[in-house]
Structures are given as C-alpha cells and as structure tokens.
Write a protein that binds this ligand. Sequence first.
Ligand code: IPM
Ligand code: MN
Length: 366
Amino acid sequence: MTASYNFAIIPGDGVGTEISAAAGDVLAAAATRFGFAVDTETYDWGCDRLLQSGEMMPGDALETLGDFDAIFLGCIGDASKVPDDVSLEMLLAIRTGFDQYVNLRPIKLYPGVPTPVATANPDTVDMVVIRENTEGEYARMGGIFKRGTPDAVALQTGVFTYKGCERVIRYAFDLARDRGKLGAGETVGRVTNCTKSNALNYSMVFWDEVYNDVSASYPDVARDAALVDAITMWFIKNPEWFDVVVASNLFGDIITDLGAMLQGGMGFAAGGNVNPERTYPSMFEPIHGSAPKYTGMQRVNPIASIEAVRMMLDHVGEAEAAAGIERAVATTLAAGEHRTADIGGTARTDEVASAVAVLVLNQPDA
Ligand code: IPM
Ligand code: MN
C-alpha cells in the first residue's frame, strides 16, 4: 500500500508564499519519485489575517493542526503591520501547545556554498544544535510594574523544570549516539553543554546538574561543556570540534544564527520543532525571517525551505526521500549554476527550487 501523508502548510508573511511554493515543488517531486502520496492544506494565518480579523490564527488553530502528520511553516512576522512580539506569539503558541520541546537545527555546509567564515568548509561544519523549545527564557512569565512611571520595573522570569531539561538533554545524547561522529577512542559522539552557570547561578547551575545526571547514563558518549559566550568564539575558531550541542531556548536561538553563517547564511538554515513522542504533529521551518522588502520578488534562497521539507520527510519516516532531496540539493549547490542573490547568483527562488525538483525526480536509486 502506498503511504500517504497529510501536511499543513502555513506560508505566513513576507516571502512566505514564494518559499512555501518552492518547498511544495520539491515535496511533490519527492512524492512522485519515491512513491508516496501527499495531501496538503494551506492556511493563510499571519499578519494580514490579524489586520482583517483581529487574530493571527483562529482560536481553534491547534485543533485544526492536530490532525496533520506534520506542519510546514514559512515565516512569520512583518513589523510594518504588527509588532513582532504580537505576531510571533503564534509561532511560540504552536511550539508549546504541541509540546515540540526539541528544536532540531542541523548545521552543515554543502560543497560549493560560500561562507563568510574562513574556518568553515564541508569537512569542518557538520553539527546539530538541539535547542530546548518550550520553556527556559521563552516561558513568557513576568510583567511590567508601574509602567510609564519613573519607578517602572520589568521582570522576565526563566522557567527551567527538571523534566523539561532532562528530556531535551536526553534527546541530544541519543542523537549523538545515532550520529556516531568522532568515533575515535572509547566514546562515540560528543554532546557539548552550552551553559552560563558562571553567571546564571540558579537556572544554568540547575541545567548543568541535569546534564550531569543524564550524561551518567551515556558513558559511551563524550561529555563537553562551553559557556555560551565562549561557544560563539569556538564555533568560529574550531567548528570541527562540534557534534551535538544542547542549549536552552534563548542560547540555542542565538548560536544557531551564528551557525547559519557557518553553513553559508540564513538561506541555508532549517529547523524542526519536534515532539519526539509524536503525541502532536511536529513543525518544520526555514529559520530565516520573512524579509518583507523582498515579498513577491522571487529573490530569496529556497534551500532553507527545501531543507525543512527534507527534515519533515525524514521525520514522517520517508528516509529515502529525505536522502534523495539531500543529494539533489548537494548536486545543485556544487554545480553552482542555479544560485540566488544571497550567494552571488542571479537565479530566482522558483528557478532554484525547480532545478532541485528536477534532480529529485530524475535521480537514480541511491
Ligand atoms: C527562531 C526565531 C524565533 C525564536 C522568533 C521569530 C520568535 O528567531 O525560530 O529562531 O526566537 O525562536
Ligand atoms: Mn532565531
């Protein structure tokens, strides 16, 4: 029987429509080539909807999304229409509402892609950042007291639960084991604990304690730690050191933009908001913003969105199709014929996507 998947597509704001179409082309090609059926439903949620109806997404959005195998999200936010802290509530509501506690962010540099970082090359850049995605600094707990008076005070409280830290750190160790990178010696893989326990004397000291507890049950995986400020330096100086990095919500957010530069820019960086238990659907997205000034210009790089599709197919169990997309992306980038403006080319978003889609369709078996 042919496998069949049901995906929700939320293009979002700015360039979201064109990158989602580009991603859709590659998804359709993969379905044809690798023999599965895909049904998609597109939702026009975002800033324009808020301007018309008062809400970014309907009140029952999570119920609607709950029926899908996975969600593809384009990009959310357009500060000229809606303040970012309002529009981005939608993204955070899906992440927490569906308990997508793992934010999976692979950082890999494909051959042929220029990067601004001198130490970065396809041999040195191959790591995954596992970002906690439902609590920590993003818990949205706090308030503003005496606002508008000279005594105004703002409190923003981080929330670190044992369960929340434990499960994401465990995921990182399992992933390092699976990846099997850096196999020399007695350990396989390495999990770098991205911390700041020298200054954050409650939250990060606690996080480190949980890391220590979890790592005790993975004697075969190498332990490692770096303070978040130092990690930004080490990412540049020795990217090859890193395998799996586990970080809190905010730290993971910050270091993955740096990671995107190692992989050639924001146009290459994708992420999965994953609920590993599969109680709820997971959501896959390019991690770049919505670039409103380029809307409709077919100018932005579709690779990040195509990578999000690759991760989504991997997640639902179409590993061969995911590998097929990876090969097609690698071939396209190495050939260098179809390149968008961010990497010095003149190709349009849709041209790059169809070049990849054609390769997906026509490739021989692996
Ligand atoms: C990301 C983004 C979001 C985040 C914003 C848009 C709220 O920067 O996914 O990395 O901070 O998580
Ligand atoms: Mn970010």
